[in-house]
Design a protein around this ligand. Sequence first.
Ligand SMILES: [Fe+2]
Length: 202
Amino acid sequence: MAFELPALPYAHDALADLGMSKETLEFHHDIHHKAYVDNGNKLIDGTEWADKSLEEIIKGTYNAGAVAQNGIFNNASQHWNHNQFWEMMGPKGAAMPSELEARIVDAFGSVEQFKTDFAAAGAGQFGSGWCWLVVDTDGTLKVTKTENGVNPLCFNQTALLGCDVWEHSYYIDFRNKRPVYLTNFLDKLVNWENVAERLSNA
Ligand SMILES: [Fe+2]
């Protein structure tokens, strides 16, 4: 199926007071995400992937040894990643639902320890990529990091939370301070109700 750029679930300036500016979202969503959509559509046109779902394309084209050379995978996975990323943030600043909090405390010892581990995964990803909170195949919650556009679908994990650590995600607002961007993301930008909903659907 052709990729489509979704509208942001909030206004471009809705996160500005929380550390993600209108300019960042204009570049990130309107230009970078759109480029993954447009390039992906050009690459799948006329191929066996043209009528497959986005998830089928990602799983079917993932090749751990050749991610850098794999245009269809890269654009499809980055399209999916950004679809999730926009939904995982929000302007409301809602508290973490208690069931999610209990699972996080069970897995990491405390919410603070989870945030420390998640931020460390994002800061420690060399070059472009993502850090994630996932439900692993054994049902446990884990923090992971992935290179470039690789995402939890590649490992049959369920993504509960993901943070984009490509420079295009933070350079306008935080320059080179990726760790500060990550801490701000966790403390102000995450829509924990969306994360909890993903956990209950996992
Ligand atoms: Fe991005």
